[in-house]
Design a protein around this ligand. Structure first.
Ligand code: FES
Length: 99
């Protein structure tokens, strides 16, 4: 697992984008739980981390597709393909992601 960010860099209800290895990863914090999925929209490659959370879904800023950050599943078109999910752990105030 690779360190991705400090736990306190991300507020509850927010998303951020990090590069881990060669992967663009979106990290979301919901009710003090962290989730990691792919950050590049499967529609036309916008960064989902430039979007926003609605409950447990991230909204793509480009054409408003939605993805469930807990499963990577696409929940609103125009995207049709799911995002990958990544294992993640929080230890000693740091968020680690397995890419
Ligand atoms: S690039 Fe994300 S919805 Fe089009």
């Amino acid at each position: 697992m690779e360190p991705a960010l400090d736990e306190n860099e991300l507020d509850d209800g927010e998303v951020t984008g990090v590069e881990v290895g060669n992967e663009n990863v979106l990290i979301a914090r919901i009710d003090d739980e962290f989730f990691a999925i792919g950050d590049i929209c499967t529609h036309e490659h916008c960064h989902l981390s430039d979007g926003w959370l609605e409950d447990k879904e991230v909204v793509c800023p480009c054409h408003h597709a939605k993805f469930d950050v807990t499963t990577g599943e696409v929940t609103r078109p125009p995207a049709t393909e799911d995002e990958p999910t990544y294992d993640l752990k929080v230890e000693d105030g740091k968020v680690y992601v397995d890419v």
